[in-house]
Design a binder for this molecule. Structure first.
Ligand code: HC0
Ligand code: SF4
Length: 574
C-alpha cells in the first residue's frame, strides 16, 4: 500500500498502480488519448502529463508508478498549457471534417478538445493528402484522421497476434500503415476489426454498406430477409444510450420491421442448425477415427487466421458453414420454395457484431448454384445508423417477436455470441444424443467466462470423457494452434473465436472509449445479457427446436445428409 497526494488530496493505492489510476480513485479524470488499459500503455501522446514535485519535466501519468509520498499536480498552469499545446499539435494534422465523420460524438479526440476547452488550433499542420484504403471487403483506412496513437498496432500485434500494422518513417513523416505501405487487403489481416473498436478517432472504420440495403428495401422486386446474430441484441442498445449489457432483442426486432424488411429472422436459428450438423460431425469423427481435435469454423476472422498461419491444419476445421450462412442457404432454397419466391429475388441481409462477416459473405465458398448465402452483411453499428436515419425512437419501441419458423430459436443458439457458448450449446446436444435421453444438466459453467483460454474435461457417458478447449482473441488462438501442430493438444473439440470474449466484443459492435473500459469489462456485461436470455427461454437445447426438427423432416432429411452437405457445409483451402 502506498499513499500519495494528488492536488492536495491523499490517496492510498496498491504498489504498481499508476498515477493515472490513483487519480481516478479520487475522481480526478486525467485526460488520455493513446492510453488503452493493459494494451497500449506507452505515454506517447502526452495528454496525461502531470507535474511531479521534485521532477524537472512533466511526466506521463499513465506510465508513472506511484511511490510513497509522491506529490502530484494535475491542473497547474504548466500542465494545462502543455496539454493544450500537445492537443493543438495533434489537431493541426488531423482531418477535422467532424460533421461527416462516422465517429462524430463518439470520438475521443473530439471529446478531449471540448473537455480541454480548445477554442482554436494555433498551428498550421501539413495536412497531407492520403488516399482512402478501401480495397478490403470489410474495412476502410483513412490515414488523414490517424493521430499516431498506436493503439491499433498494439491491439493487432499484442492482442490479436496478427501484427500487420506498424509505424513507418520518423518525426513529422510518421505514418501508421501495413508493411511496405500495402493495402490492408494485401497483408495477412483477418478483418477482425479489433483495430477499429480500439481506434479513438475515425481513422479505421467498417466498409459502410447501408445504402445497398436501403436500395434493396426500396426495390419492389426484391424480397428482403434480415437475420440478426446472437451478440447484436447484447450491445445495440448502447448506441441509443442504454447501459452496457442491456438486452434489446424485442426492440431490435421491432426496429427491423419498421425499417421495411420483409421478414425478420434470427441467426440463432442457424446456430441451432449448426449444432445439429457440427454435433453430428463431431460424433462421426469420434466414432470413425476422423481428424481430431475438431475445431469450430464459424468465426471468419479465425478461419482467415488459420488459412494464413496454419494452412497445414485446415483439416481440423469443422466443415460446417457458420450459422449465418447455413440460415442464408436454407432461406434461398426451402423458404423460397415454401413461399413460391424465385430465390434470385431474395436478398439476405445479416446484422453481425463483426467486420469479418462482410468478407465471409463474399467468399467464393459461400454460394450454392450461383446464389450467395448472405448478400449483404452489416455491423451492429451500421444497423444503429439505419435506425437513426429512419427517425425511429428506438428506446420507446415495444418488444416484438421474430417472424415464425426461421426466427424460432433456443437458448443454446443465443449463447453462441459469448466465448464458450458454441461449446456449451454443443455439449447440451451431444450429451442428449449419446445418452439417448433428455439430460437434466443444462449449464456447463466450466466453459464460461472471459479467460482467453479455457480447458475442460466433461464426462458425457461412462466411456466418453470429452476433452475440450476454448479460446478467443488471436494471440490465444495461436497458443492453442501451436499445441495442435506439435501434437500436444489431445482435445476432442476446440471452439475458437477471433475476438477477445467472442462475438459480443466483435469488431462491428458499438465502440466503447478507453476510459469506460478502465472500469467496465464489456466482455462480461454483454455476455451476461445473453446468458440471461438463455435462462428465459422455454427451450434451451438446439435439437429440441421444433422448427429445426421440421426442417429436417420436410427438407434436409437428417444431419450431415447429402443435401445438408450440399447446402450447409464447405471446405477451406489455401
Ligand atoms: Fe457470432 Fe455466429 S456466434 S460467429 O460469434 O457460430 O459474428 O453473435 O452470428 O454465424 O450464430 C458473430 C455472434 C454469429 C455465426 C452465430 C456462430
Ligand atoms: Fe489487425 Fe484485426 Fe485490424 Fe486486421 S482488422 S489490422 S488483423 S486488428
Amino acid at each position: 500500500e502506498i499513499t500519495i497526494t494528488i492536488d492536495g488530496q491523499r490517496v492510498t493505492v496498491p504498489e504498481g498502480t499508476t498515477v493515472l489510476e490513483a487519480a481516478r480513485k479520487i475522481n480526478i479524470d486525467i485526460p488520455t488519448l493513446c492510453y488503452l488499459k493493459d494494451i497500449n500503455e506507452i505515454g506517447a501522446c502526452r495528454m496525461c502529463v502531470v507535474e511531479v514535485k521534485g521532477a524537472r519535466t512533466l511526466q506521463a501519468s499513465c506510465v508513472y508508478p506511484v511511490t510513497e509520498g509522491l506529490e502530484i499536480s494535475t491542473t497547474s498552469s504548466r500542465v494545462r498549457k502543455a496539454r493544450k499545446v500537445n492537443l493543438e499539435l495533434i489537431l493541426s494534422n488531423h482531418n477535422r471534417e467532424c460533421l461527416t465523420c462516422v465517429r462524430s460524438e463518439n470520438c475521443e479526440l473530439q471529446r478531449l478538445s471540448k473537455d480541454l476547452n480548445v477554442k482554436e488550433v494555433s498551428f498550421q499542420g501539413q495536412n497531407d493528402v492520403f488516399p482512402l484504403d478501401t480495397l478490403s471487403p470489410s474495412m476502410v483506412r483513412d490515414q488523414s484522421k490517424c493521430i499516431l496513437c498506436k493503439r491499433c498496432i498494439s491491439v493487432c500485434h499484442d492482442v490479436q497476434g496478427v501484427g500487420v500494422l506498424g509505424a513507418a518513417n520518423r518525426g513529422f513523416d510518421t505514418k501508421i500503415e501495413p508493411v511496405f505501405d500495402k493495402s490492408i487487403n494485401d497483408v495477412a489481416c483477418i478483418y477482425c476489426g479489433q483495430c477499429i473498436v480500439n481506434c479513438p478517432v475515425g481513422a479505421l472504420k467498417e466498409k459502410d454498406e447501408i445504402d445497398k440495403v436501403w436500395d434493396v428495401i426500396g426495390d419492389p422486386k426484391k424480397h428482403v430477409l434480415v437475420q440478426t446474430a446472437p451478440a447484436v441484441r447484447a450491445a445495440l442498445g448502447e448506441e441509443f444510450g442504454l447501459p452496457m449489457g442491456s438486452r434489446v432483442t424485442g426492440k431490435m426486432v421491432a426496429a427491423l420491421k419498421r425499417l421495411g424488411f420483409d421478414k425478420v429472422f434470427d441467426t440463432d436459428f442457424g446456430a441451432d442448425l449448426t449444432i445439429m450438423e457440427e454435433g453430428t460431425e463431431l460424433l462421426n469423427r469420434l466414432q470413425n477415427d476422423g481428424k481430431l481435435p475438431m475445431i469450430t469454423s464459424c468465426s471468419p476472422g479465425w478461419v482467415k487466421y488459420c488459412e494464413h498461419n496454419y494452412p497445414d491444419l485446415l483439416e481440423h476445421l469443422s466443415s460446417c458453414k457458420s450459422p449465418a450462412h447455413m440460415l442464408g442457404a436454407v432461406l434461398k432454397t426451402y423458404y423460397a420454395e415454401q413461399n413460391s419466391i424465385n430465390p434470385e429475388d431474395i436478398t439476405v441481409v445479416s446484422i453481425m457484431p463483426c467486420t469479418s462477416k462482410k468478407f465471409e459473405a463474399q467468399r467464393p465458398e459461400h454460394e450454392h448454384e450461383g446464389l450467395r448465402d448472405v448478400d449483404i452483411s452489416l455491423t451492429t453499428r451500421e444497423l444503429a445508423r439505419m435506425i437513426k436515419e429512419a427517425g425511429i425512437t428506438f428506446n420507446n419501441l415495444p418488444d416484438e417477436d421474430f417472424d415464425h419458423f426461421f426466427g424460432d430459436y433456443t437458448g443454446a443458439g443465443v449463447i453462441f455470441g459469448a466465448t464458450g457458448g458454441v461449446m456449451e450449446a454443443a455439449l447440451r446436444t451431444v450429451a442428449d444424443v449419446l445418452k439417448g435421453k433428455d439430460v437434466e444438466k443444462l449449464e456447463y459453467k466450466e466453459v464460461r467466462g472471459v479467460e482467453g483460454i479455457k480447458e475442460a474435461e466433461v464426462q458425457i457417458t461412462d466411456d466418453l470423457k470429452l476433452k475440450v478447449a476454448i479460446a478467443s482473441g488471436g494471440k490465444n488462438l495461436k497458443a492453442i494452434m501451436d499445441k495442435v501442430r506439435s501434437g500436444e493438444a489431445d482435445y476432442h473439440f476446440i471452439e475458437l473465436m477471433a475476438c477477445p470474449g467472442g462475438c459480443v466484443c466483435g469488431g462491428g459492435q458499438p465502440i466503447i472509449d478507453a476510459k469506460t473500459k478502465m472500469d467496465i469489462d464489456p466482455r462480461v456485461e454483454r455476455a451476461k445479457a445473453l446468458y440471461e436470455e438463455d435462462v428465459l427461454l422455454p427451450l434451451r437445447k438446439s435439437h429440441l427446436n421444433p422448427s429445426i426438427q421440421r426442417l429436417y423432416k420436410e427438407f434436409l432429411g437428417e444431419p450431415n445428409s447429402h443435401l445438408s452437405h450440399e447446402l450447409l457445409h464447405t471446405e477451406y483451402y489455401k
